[in-house]
Design a binder for this molecule. Structure first.
Ligand code: HEC
Ligand code: HEC
Ligand code: HEC
Ligand code: HEC
Ligand code: HEC
Ligand code: HEC
Ligand code: HEC
Ligand code: HEC
Ligand code: HEC
Ligand code: HEC
Length: 331
């Protein structure tokens, strides 16, 4: 066994001390009426190792250090450390290193260091805890319980703080989109479709709409609902309108795909079928079924209801109308 009695006894005393401070803090911070959450006592990091300082690490890891030197962490930790945690440099993320030095190679000694690569075997929760020491809250307010956290992603699945690969954000790939596409291949295909949000063109990136660190929605949206998200940029669609079109208020995605589509204007379905998914029962022209003969060729069969913008040749204000006579969205 690695931990003889004296050290575990010390652990219990330390843990008890930590617990009473934690309880005091939670009690002080607790809002009236909310029960304080008991803090779990953490096991000593890296088997209770001591900090050795970055000079020792660099002696063996010179190549890694060369890359690391160009990163924001290296600059801050070395030139302008704000606190004790930042001063320990390499060990701020990898934890205290003295036990790693005793045997850096044997897999049985991997628990002597926090590693962020798959082969090293450090549990993901422990990896993220290292980063969250300094990066809790803010954008990561909803990390715990988010889709990515519950699927066991580690910060290092998207970030590589050991080298400056991206212009900003210390990402694993040169751009945000490429970072996401490593796992989300379907979305790469969506953004390559004929009509698509200008992501490849560089006008938008995934994080304009999603927060990869977690959000209140399962799909990690940066807004409370799909429509609120779209209104952020397409403000004119928010209205208010004198004549509202019910499905527009309900959900933009009833008619549009948020990423890309092979139909015009990101539409889910081509017109007139798009409209006729809902407008079929009432009789009259909206429930006519059109055939290819009405679309092409000379002669009397051609219908203005399928040519060009189809139903919108007449019902042009499909997102809503402010004209007193706009009940049919024609003006
Ligand atoms: C005596 C030389 C030596 C020193 C000093 C040393 N290491 Fe290592 N370290 C190694 C070797 C060798 C490996 C490679 C083990 C392997 O590939 O299986 C390694 C592996 C690692 C890894 C790899 C984890 C992974 O994910 O694969 C990290 C991180 C690491 N060391 C960090 C440090 C830090 C931080 C320090 C300073 C506290 C340090 N090392 C000091 C020799 C050293
Ligand atoms: C901000 C946190 C952070 C700091 C500071 C940091 N590392 Fe790392 N380190 C990581 C992460 C994350 C990875 C995994 C990168 C990846 O996915 O390839 C890693 C990987 C490594 C590896 C194994 C992979 C490789 O590139 O060979 C070594 C060795 C290593 N770090 C050593 C160091 C040394 C030495 C220092 C100090 C000079 C240091 N690290 C500082 C977070 C950090
Ligand atoms: C000891 C504290 C500390 C730890 C641990 C730490 N960071 Fe940082 N991190 C910082 C500081 C300080 C900055 C610079 C922030 C600033 O400029 O406002 C920073 C910046 C960043 C940035 C932003 C870079 C940019 O270009 O804007 C990313 C991304 C980041 N850290 C990710 C990580 C990840 C991933 C880990 C864990 C592997 C980690 N950090 C661990 C303190 C830390
Ligand atoms: C699914 C991918 C992904 C995961 C997982 C992830 N990040 Fe990020 N992170 C990003 C992207 C993308 C950015 C935006 C980079 C930019 O704007 O250049 C970012 C930005 C950041 C920044 C800088 C901006 C800010 O929020 O202050 C920090 C710090 C950061 N991440 C820390 C973390 C930490 C800590 C974790 C783990 C708890 C983590 N990230 C997990 C993708 C990810
Ligand atoms: C290491 C792999 C990986 C990377 C990199 C990654 N993701 Fe994910 N992502 C997942 C997994 C796994 C899930 C959950 C399974 C699923 O629903 O597809 C997920 C789920 C999601 C979801 C919710 C999907 C749903 O149907 O609920 C969104 C949105 C998302 N990721 C966006 C991003 C963005 C944006 C980035 C880049 C900043 C990114 N992901 C990077 C693995 C990854
Ligand atoms: C214009 C905003 C926007 C951009 C940009 C965007 N997304 Fe989405 N994404 C959405 C919306 C809206 C949804 C659907 C949410 C829902 O149905 O709750 C979605 C859904 C998803 C899903 C769930 C599965 C699916 O396809 O419906 C994943 C995964 C995803 N996005 C990844 C990405 C990635 C990766 C990028 C960048 C390459 C990206 N998104 C860029 C708005 C966007
Ligand atoms: C971060 C800003 C942003 C958000 C959020 C956003 N869009 Fe866009 N959208 C754009 C930009 C930029 C364009 C391209 C405009 C251009 O090229 O003139 C665009 C274009 C479009 C187009 C026209 C595509 C074409 O082929 O002409 C549609 C439809 C659209 N967005 C629907 C949506 C929907 C639905 C949502 C919500 C899921 C949404 N947008 C969220 C920025 C955004
Ligand atoms: C009932 C189906 C439907 C719904 C719901 C819908 N749209 Fe549209 N939208 C369309 C059609 C059809 C077009 C093509 C218009 C054209 O060709 O004139 C379009 C075009 C657009 C365009 C590009 C042209 C323009 O008018 O600027 C944007 C942007 C857009 N929609 C955003 C949205 C947003 C945001 C929502 C949610 C608030 C939404 N749409 C909901 C059917 C719909
Ligand atoms: C998801 C279902 C849905 C889709 C798709 C849809 N609509 Fe509608 N539409 C409605 C509903 C619901 C109303 C409100 C009906 C009412 O008030 O009786 C409505 C109302 C209308 C009205 C006014 C009718 C009236 O009786 O006042 C017109 C015109 C219209 N839609 C045209 C279109 C066109 C053109 C399209 C295709 C671009 C379309 N709609 C797509 C559901 C839909
Ligand atoms: C050539 C112009 C034109 C085209 C194209 C057109 N409509 Fe109309 N639509 C009208 C007019 C005019 C009215 C008003 C009729 C009335 O008040 O009796 C109307 C009324 C409607 C109404 C309201 C219900 C009703 O019968 O009064 C719906 C729903 C509708 N149209 C759907 C559609 C759909 C779906 C398409 C495409 C398949 C379409 N329209 C194509 C001119 C057009």
């Amino acid at each position: 066994m690695k931990h003889p009695w004296p050290s575990s006894a010390r652990r219990i005393v330390l843990a008890a001390g930590f617990f009473s401070v934690a309880t005091l803090v939670t009690t002080l911070l607790a809002k009236p009426g909310t029960a304080p959450v008991p803090a779990a006592a953490a096991a000593p990091l890296n088997g209770g190792a001591e900090y050795v300082g970055e000079a020792v690490c660099i002696a063996c890891h010179a190549p890694q250090n060369k890359q690391f030197t160009h990163t924001q962490h290296a600059n801050v930790f070395r030139l302008n450390p704000k606190n004790e945690k930042e001063k320990v440099s390499c060990e701020a993320c990898h934890g205290p290193g003295s036990n790693h030095l005793k045997d850096p190679i044997s897999p049985s000694n991997h628990s002597a260091l926090v590693g962020f690569t798959k082969g090293w075997g450090t549990p993901v929760a422990q990896q993220t805890a290292m980063c969250l020491q300094c990066h809790e809250g803010g954008e990561r307010m909803f990390w715990a319980g988010s889709t990515h956290a519950t699927n066991d992603l580690s910060c290092s699945d998207c970030h590589n703080p050991m080298a400056k690969i991206s212009a900003t954000g210390l990402l694993k790939k040169p751009s945000i989109n490429e970072t996401c596409y490593t796992c989300h291949q379907q979305q790469r295909a969506d953004f390559a479709k004929r009509s698509h949000m200008p992501v490849a063109e560089g006008k938008l990136s995934c994080v304009d709409c999603h927060n990869p660190h977690g959000a209140t929605s399962k799909t990690l949206l940066k807004a409370d609902s799909v429509n609120e998200l779209c209104y952020n940029c397409h403000t004119e669609k928010r209205g208010p309108f004198l004549w509202e079109h019910a499905p527009v208020r309900d959900n933009c995605l009833t008619c549009h795909n948020a990423h890309g589509s092979n139909h015009d204007k990101l539409l889910q379905v081509a017109r007139p079928m798009l409209c006729q998914q809902c407008h079929t029962n009432a009789g009259g022209h909206q429930s006519n079924l059109y055939n290819a003969g009405q679309l092409i060729g000379a002669g009397g069969g051609v219908s203005s209801r399928v040519l060009g913008r189809s139903c919108q040749n007449c019902h042009s204000q499909i997102h809503g109308s402010n004209h007193p006579a706009g009940a049919r969205f024609q003006r």
